[in-house]
Design a protein around this ligand. Structure first.
Ligand code: NOJ
Length: 543
């Protein structure tokens, strides 16, 4: 039974959504790689945690150049993760637990191993098969220069040259990410029809929505102009909608057609956009009426642990999103960013004070869970896992490491397989004695294991469980207004939700007294003689 649905508020407006990085969640068969059966076995853990839905990173058949963001077949499951039947079983079991399932859709690019790209290479220049992609002749006398000066996100040029019909050097194709991820041409009607069919394929199998990868990037300027600032990958340096491959206005037509498809299905199916755009105003366009339902709000994630920055991120986001009738979403971690305890604990000299970072990450979680709208929790965030900063160079798997010429270590440090037990050869990630996890786990990982934290009332896991249970029980939380009690510039953030609820976050250096209250509902760390310590957050019931 799916819970928390009312006719007034569709579930996605205030859902708590848990992100499963499937490769690193739980390995049921001992090959060192997480899988769908491992996730299915642990749905009870997620239901007990108090989340409403799971977003699962790409589970499709893929050469895994970018851990599944290079899809070879959108209608098949990656064999290392299981089968289509396993995905169907996962969806059914999740629904029995009251959890919704949101797979990841990767529409900007596919894998160089996808049948379409192989056909494009075989068919040659000018063919309808190549028209699904962005193939162009090179510049310069021999066509030896890429068609534009665009850079790929992982480093290096955004173009790769393929062989011509005579076996000599031929055209170039666009890939905003790895060369193994050719970009599709979304001006092509076949591309649009294919993704509409993929949406229906999975909606027919009961998924409750999709996370839309690179939602800002699908449509390119057909004139393919050079960029004045090659480091501007999101459009910050140009006028609204003027960047050749980021946040172009034409992407919205695609989302309008997807919204219509979602609405053909019963049960409030939803989309959440991963859109890296220059402003909340631009983000609001993705969730305007008739378009996608929600979008990740990265401004909050990117804000430093400073009262003015956090307040500004909260106000501008809610302002613009509410202006178009969309709920806000709150995100502190995902598989692409440094985990919160390491981010908030980083000192000016670059060293990380983990204890300080953990304290702040706990307070940030308590703050986030009190904000209006939906909340995302990235696997391991509920354990307070810090970033793993010392993965040996030879073990790094993020394409960023190779493509940057070994100058950027990439995102693997937030993707290390989860510790479930303090003991066991992979801390319970896989069966004891199975293959080593695909990324090495550090010795200290056991301290954060689920079984350790489950037995510790002061653990981050206990805090997250308590926060989510309280949040679900309190009418004041979820959607609804937020009223600031503190003044802009105050080092202590204080706001009310509903008539009887207040949240206070102390970003000052010293403990502060609590405002008048009836009851302390939740604290991110114990109070200090009735005072709220520095870097702590509290929920209060107030008159
Ligand atoms: C965003 C995803 O979150 C990231 O992991 C991936 O590398 C890129 N999109 C490319 O698909």
């Amino acid at each position: 039974m799916i819970g928390r649905v009312t006719t007034e508020t569709p579930w996605w407006r205030d859902a708590v959504i848990y992100q499963v990085y499937i490769r690193s969640f739980a390995d049921s068969d001992g090959d060192g790689i997480g899988d769908l059966a491992g996730l299915t076995d642990r749905l009870g853990y997620l239901a007990d945690l108090g989340v409403d839905a799971v977003w699962i990173n790409p589970w499709y058949a893929s050469p895994q150049v970018d851990n599944g963001y290079d899809v070879a077949d959108y209608r098949a499951v990656e064999p290392a993760y299981g089968t289509l039947a396993d995905a169907e079983k996962l969806i059914a079991r999740a629904h029995e637990h009251g959890l919704r399932v949101i797979p990841d859709l990767v529409p900007n690019h596919l894998s160089a191993e996808h049948a379409w790209f192989r056909e494009a290479l075989a068919a040659g220049p000018g063919s309808p098969e190549r028209a699904r992609f962005v193939f162009r002749p090179g510049r310069g006398p021999d066509g030896a220069e890429p068609p534009t000066n665009w850079r790929a996100h992982f480093g290096g040029p955004a173009w790769t040259r393929v062989a011509g019909p005579d076996g000599g050097p031929g055209e170039w194709y666009l890939h905003l990410f790895d060369p193994g991820q050719p970009d599709l041409d979304w001006r092509n009607a076949e591309v649009r029809a294919e993704f509409e069919s993929v949406l229906r394929f999975w909606f027919d199998r009961g998924v409750d929505g999709f996370r839309v990868d690179v939602a800002h990037g699908l449509v390119k300027d057909p004139g393919l102009p050079d960029l004045a600032d090659v480091d501007d990958l999101t459009g910050a340096s140009l006028g609204p909608g003027a960047h050749p491959f980021a946040d172009r206005d034409e992407v919205q037509e695609i989302y309008e057609s997807w919204r219509r498809i979602a609405e053909e299905y019963p049960g409030a199916r939803m989309f959440v956009a991963e859109a890296w755009v220059p402003s909340p105003e631009r983000l609001a366009r993705y969730v305007s009426p008739g378009r996608l339902h929600t979008a990740f709000n990265f401004d909050f994630l990117l804000a430093p642990w400073e009262p003015a920055a956090l307040r500004e991120a909260i106000d501008t986001t809610t302002g613009y999103l509410h202006g178009v009738g969309a709920p806000a979403t709150w995100v502190l971690e995902n598989h692409d960013v440094v985990r919160a305890p390491s981010r908030y604990g980083r000192r000016r000299d670059g060293a990380v004070d983990v204890a300080l970072g953990e304290r702040r990450a706990r307070a940030a979680f308590v703050l986030m869970a009190a904000l209006p709208g939906g909340v995302y929790v990235y696997q391991g965030q509920e354990l307070g896992l810090p970033q793993v900063d010392d993965i040996p160079d030879e073990a790094l798997r993020d394409p960023t490491w190779e493509r940057s010429g070994h100058t950027e270590r990439g995102r693997d440090g937030s993707r290390v397989p989860l510790p479930w037990t303090a003991g066991g050869s992979s801390f319970g990630f896989g069966p004891d004695g199975g293959d080593a996890p695909w990324l090495p786990q550090p010795d200290w990982f056991g301290r954060y294991a689920v079984d350790v934290e489950s037995d510790d009332a002061g653990s981050t896991l206990a805090l997250v469980r308590a926060a989510l249970a309280r949040r679900a029980a309190l009418d004041a939380l979820g959607e609804g207004p937020l009223t600031w009690e503190s003044e802009p510039g105050d080092p202590v953030l204080s706001f009310r939700r509903g008539p009887g609820f207040a949240c206070v976050v102390n970003l000052a250096a010293a403990p502060v007294p609590l405002p008048e209250h009836a009851e302390v509902l939740l604290t991110s760390a114990p109070l200090d003689d009735g005072l709220l310590p520095a870097d702590c957050a509290v929920w209060l019931s107030v008159g």
